[in-house]
Design a protein around this ligand. Structure first.
Ligand code: ASP
Length: 416
């Protein structure tokens, strides 16, 4: 996915960055749809092709990138306590982030009143099994069956088990790890290729949506953006600062100040992996996190910690449920939290990765995947916020872990 934004061929259209093309596709789609009215339904198949291509990616992409995500943590064992603390904090903060997203989206209700109808209503909101059943079913009796049926939670569990085992057997696991690494790379490439088609797919779907539902669909999208940004601010200004003050007994103002550079890089590049040098520098030089902690905890965070992405998934999942008039049960909410938290381990820290992972969350609770194309038009704007939060979260955890290990230079930290 690294080269999602690559454009090599000449010509003004091909020189345009992908996200700008998608945004243009969305705007043109809305205009054309508004003119064509219900006849815009004719353009929908272009979108359906794109949606099917995304669906094709989900199972192999999630499986391979999760196995690779886990095996990349193999140093964790060497790092023992530090690794354990980091993983617990990373997963815990991610679960909080997605809960904030869900609560805010429930309050703002950005999708309320849209009354959209999915193309395959039978499959929607399918009799979700009770929570206890979901939890019992989480372990696949037959992993190949889970892969074939596209049962995401079961796939995640099997990928976690396989990844951990491969990491544990060390040298013997290396050939298989290489295979998964190479398959994951290929899936990223395939994702990038399919994403090149996104502007047209988004055009087709937005034309259909605007033609059938009118341009009133734009206001809810603005509400989605506002909800994600407010959630992002709350997560940093209240949750991160609160956690630092309470768990770390540290002055959070210093932490907030140190975020300036990494946050600016994250906001503009929308890649937490690309922001890593800035994150490491700020953590060491401005917060006093030791080299040994920062060089382990931060790269791990850039790979597995995605609070902003999780928050965004909570908002978008609920938005899509509201837009299609689907009531979610409390078991659905828990499933969303569980899936998004586990899926964040397999989300690459590159632009647009969260959008693909959203398809996974939607599939798990049986929400219509068409909703994906509606938010795809504004994805870059949302990606800027979520990547920034992903990076701020990595730094918060690095400070906490360093403090608990006596690896935090408090003199540097308190220098204002
Ligand atoms: N762009 C995000 C990141 O690099 C991932 C995402 O798309 O949510 O952290």
């Amino acid at each position: 996915m690294n080269n999602i934004n690559n454009t090599t061929m000449a010509g003004p259209w091909s020189r345009l960055e992908l996200w700008k093309k998608i945004l243009l596709g969305m705007i043109l789609g809305v205009i054309v749809g508004a003119f064509m009215g219900p006849q815009a339904e004719l353009l929908k198949p272009i979108g359906t092709l794109f949606i099917n291509a995304i669906k094709m990616l989900i199972v192999p992409l999630v499986f391979c990138s999760l196995v690779v995500g886990i095996t990349s943590m193999k140093d964790t064992r060497k790092m023992g306590r530090i690794g354990f603390k980091s993983i617990v904090l990373y997963l815990g903060t991610t679960a909080v982030a997605i809960s904030i997203g869900l609560v805010l989206a429930a309050i703002v209700a950005p999708g309320e009143g849209l009354h959209m109808v999915a193309s395959n209503p039978d499959a929607i909101g399918k009799d979700a099994p009770p929570l206890i059943q979901t939890l019992l079913n989480i372990i696949p009796k037959n992993p190949v069956g889970a892969l074939a049926a596209g049962n995401i939670l079961q796939i995640i569990i099997f990928a976690l088990g396989l990844g951990v085992s491969l990491a544990m057997i060390g040298e013997k696991g290396e050939p298989a790890v290489k295979v998964f690494e190479s398959l994951a790379e290929a899936m990223y490439k395939l994702t990038a290729l399919i994403m090149k088609f996104a502007p047209y797919g988004v055009f087709g779907l937005m034309a259909w949506v605007a033609g059938v539902y009118g341009i009133d669909v734009l206001l809810p999208l603005i509400k989605v953006i506002a909800t994600v940004y407010v959630g992002a601010l709350l997560h940093v200004l209240i949750f991160y600062t609160g956690t630092l003050a309470i768990l770390g007994r540290l002055n959070p103002i210093r932490y907030l100040k140190s975020l300036t550079n990494p946050a600016a890089v994250a906001f503009t590049t929308t890649s937490s992996s690309g922001t890593l040098p800035a994150t490491i520098k700020a953590s060491q030089e401005e917060l006093g996190v030791s080299k040994s902690v920062s060089s382990f905890v931060l790269p791990l965070g850039a790979t597995i910690n995605m609070d902003g992405t999780a928050l965004y998934q909570g908002v978008c999942a609920l938005f899509i449920a509201q837009a299609f008039g689907i009531d979610l049960t409390s078991a659905d909410y828990l499933t969303i939290i569980l899936t998004a938290t586990l899926a964040s381990v397999g989300t690459a820290g590159v632009p647009g990765a969260g959008l693909i992972m959203l398809s996974l969350v939607l599939t798990t609770v049986g929400l219509p995947i068409e909703g994906l194309a509606i938010v795809a038009g504004i994805d870059r704007i949302l990606d800027m916020a979520r990547t920034t939060i992903n990076v701020c979260g990595d730094m918060m955890v690095a400070v906490l872990v360093a403090k608990s290990e006596n690896e935090l230079d408090t003199e540097i930290y308190s220098r204002s």
